[in-house]
Write a protein that binds this ligand. Sequence first.
Ligand code: IMP
Length: 178
Amino acid sequence: MLEKDIKKVLISEEQIVARAKELGARITEDYKDRSPLMVALLRGSVPFLAELIKHIDLDIQYDFMDVTSYEGTESVGDIKILKDLDTSIRGLDILVVEDIVDTGRTLSAVVKTLYNKGANSVKIVTLLDKPSRRVKDIRADYIGFEVENEFVVGYGMDFNQKYRCLPYIGVLKDELYQ
Ligand code: IMP
């Protein structure tokens, strides 16, 4: 039903699962002495989190944050926390889970917030990276796929709250972006 709106599939479900396995193995190796608390940013990262944790062979826990970035000129780069973490993160190693790093504004503010809350370390795992759009100097530590400067939907990512449930990542037909 949503399929008819898709111009092209960029990354298939099989490719995402295969990449999540690779990233999960790397995370397992890197964190073998200290299981991280995974902090997933709502709502786009949920399908990726669900796939990724199947491939991490550690006693991990996860929690959620919902943040929105201010649009105002003066406070660009700041975020408003709509839903905060449920537990204290003092002294913990945090692995932030994101759907896509675009300008990097959200993540750079989230990382700052997590260190202010006393995190011992903060790393980032993202399904997609769109480096051409970056305005903040921030890099994810684990990247699923790099994409061109093109608006994508599916696997958690939306356009006006639609298309999050597509099992692959695609680009919408041009007329839908009008
Ligand atoms: P940033 O703060 O500009 O890096 O914004 C990151 C957030 O913008 C992501 O978590 C997404 O929710 C959203 N976003 C950025 N690019 C896209 C896209 O191509 N499709 C869907 N959402 C996007």
